[in-house]
Design a protein around this ligand. Structure first.
Ligand code: OOB
Length: 546
């Protein structure tokens, strides 16, 4: 199993250091420093629990010693599958302190995804919560332990139940005084990509590059030690983790408030209680908040900034943020692979409402190219390519994807279609690749097709995105049945769900069709097939009475 690495050509690395983006600080050193600088300030609030920076740093030192005591040596990967709880922070900083490499799984992930992440990353341990939002993670962890020989430990935040798993609490004993020395250019953690092909790919981010991205984000989002950041979206996602997210809040000395879910009922009470000043949402949730806010009994007046990103926020909805919530909208268009764009807090209302912002860094290189790879004029839509001081040069252990998704000179092919406007602002127009952006969750069409094809009564399947008034996009699977009794839609959904995948990947709609189109020459490409099916679907919807 090769260790993950991320390497920029030396001339780029030198420039990024010279310009002060890469400062040679690791996550372990960062928390130790913050523990000193902000010792008695509150770092994180979770329900009734409040940990100061000094306490978070102490817990990290203890957990680090505990992890080392389990035989997890520096450089070892550890799956972290935790919801928005204070333990997310103590765990990942404990891992960083011990020189270990977290692999972030989403709480929504089920066996299929977690098994894949475990195998692909070479993880040796799995940290879970006992239960969250009605789901028991212990049987899932048992399955991973049984199936992946390298995984030898399950560590549980909460009740271990009838298992020989290790309680996280039990690791909080003696302290490891100093963080294990790591090269700041080495990989700090692995995060999943929302990519368009097959199973999720792993994104290796370094200490140097990631610290830059959230330090600069904290600045762009106006964070100070008096700010209070509400973590409403699941923090394993890049957006609530680093844009500016929980890490941006901490590096600014601000307070992180963990919300167990993003519903207005839960979040509004926390905003009022903690005086939250800033939070981030995907567009469908922003719509829910806009609807709920006028009727709430909670005082939301502390809220200064609402970040919205992960999927396109339509201008008419964007225009309602200030009048309804009384705060500044900050659009954010980012990707776990790197590049993040923000509208600036002092931008005109026009820019804030109609664009998805401009890059963080003066050294973010952005190309907008036509299908032949030639630059398009400003204002014209084209394919977005990017490279820069916090954009990866390749995925972990994916030679084929790397050859496809990165140009020979190191630009990442984002798959997004954008327009570049004066001042370098970007407007996202669409996407060239076949994934579904369902309320900010990215679903690979191919991955879901593969699950459908595993059903004995399915001859062929094609999954496409269709517009959805609430979700932005939803998934629709077209299925050609094999000979014999055709499967029912309900069976197919149950079958896909039973394959152990995140619920958001189960097709929202399934349409049985007699056959797929072929050309005179034989089968058409998957891409063309999906496009044709989607077009036909949309035509039929238009033709049918509302
Ligand atoms: C964020 O990261 P990912 O990795 O889950 O997804 C990246 C993709 C982008 O390539 C784009 O297709 C889409 O999500 N996207 C947007 C968008 N923000 C992301 N599409 C339209 N408008 C936007 N504002 O989603 C992510 C990472 C960091 C910050 C924010 C979002």
């Amino acid at each position: 199993m090769s260790s993950p690495e991320q390497i920029w050509p030396e001339e780029f690395a030198r420039r990024y250091r010279e310009r002060g983006y890469w400062r040679g600080e690791t996550f372990g050193q960062m928390l130790a420093r913050l523990g000193c600088e902000h010792g008695e300030r509150t770092a994180v609030v979770d329900g009734d629990r409040r940990w100061t920076y000094a306490e978070l740093a102490r817990r990290a030192r203890q957990l680090a010693q505990g992890f080392a005591g389990l035989g997890l040596d520096p450089g070892t990967r550890v799956l972290v599958q935790l919801p928005n709880r204070a333990e997310f922070l103590s765990t990942v900083f404990g891992l960083f302190h011990a020189g270990l490499i977290p692999v972030y799984a989403l709480p929504a992930h089920r066996e299929t995804e977690v098994l894949h992440l475990a195998r692909k990353s070479g993880a040796r341990a799995h940290v879970i919560a006992d239960r969250h939002e009605g789901f028991d993670y212990r049987p899932l962890a048992r399955r991973v332990l049984d199936e992946v020989p390298e995984v030898s430990r399950v560590i549980v935040a909460g009740d271990v139940g009838e298992t020989n798993f290790t309680p996280l609490e039990a690791l909080e004993g003696a302290e490891m005084a100093e963080p294990v020395a790591r090269d700041p250019g080495s990989v700090a953690f692995l995060q999943i990509s929302g990519g368009s092909t097959g199973l999720p790919k792993l994104i290796p981010r370094t200490h140097d590059d990631y610290l830059y991205s959230f330090r600069a984000s904290a600045d762009i989002c106006g964070l100070t030690p008096d700010s209070v950041y509400l973590a409403a979206l699941p923090v394993a996602h890049n957006f609530p983790m680093s844009s500016p997210g929980i890490f941006g809040a901490l590096i600014a000395g601000a307070r992180v408030v963990m919300s167990p879910n993003p519903s207005p009922e839960t979040a509004f009470a926390l905003i009022a209680r903690e005086g939250v000043t800033i939070t981030g949402l995907v567009p469908p949730l922003a719509l829910v908040w806009l609807q709920a806010a006028p009727r709430t009994k909670h005082d939301l007046s502390s809220l200064e900034v609402l970040l919205v990103g992960g999927a396109k926020f339509m201008p008419d909805a964007a225009a309602r943020v200030r009048p309804v919530l009384g705060c500044t909208l900050q659009q954010v268009f980012g990707m776990a692979e790197g590049l993040v764009n923000y509208t600036r807090l002092d931008d005109s209302e026009e820019i804030i409402i109609t664009t998805q912002g401009r890059p963080i860094s003066p050294d973010d290189e952005v190309l907008v190219l036509d299908d032949e790879g030639n630059p398009v004029p400003e204002g014209e839509p084209g394919h977005l390519f990017t490279r820069g001081p916090y954009t990866i040069r390749g995925y972990h252990d994916e030679p084929a994807a790397n050859a496809r998704d990165f140009t020979p000179d190191g630009f990442y092919r984002t798959g997004d279609i954008v327009r570049r406007l004066p001042g370098g602002y970007l407007e996202v127009r669409g996407r060239a690749t076949d994934h579904i952006n369902r309320a900010g969750e990215k679903i690979s069409a191919e991955e879901v097709e593969d699950h459908l094809l595993a059903h004995p009564s399915v001859f062929d399947a094609a999954v496409v995105s269709v517009p959805d008034r609430f979700l932005g996009e939803r998934s629709c699977a077209f299925v050609v049945a094999a000979e014999g009794e055709p499967p029912s839609v309900r069976d197919l959904k149950a079958f896909v769900r039973a394959r152990g995948i995140a619920e958001f990947k189960v097709p929202d709609e399934i349409v049985l069709v007699p056959a797929f189109e072929t050309t005179a020459l034989g089968k058409i490409s998957r891409k063309a097939l999906r496009a044709a099916l989607k077009e036909r679907y949309l035509e039929q919807k238009e033709g049918s009475p509302a």
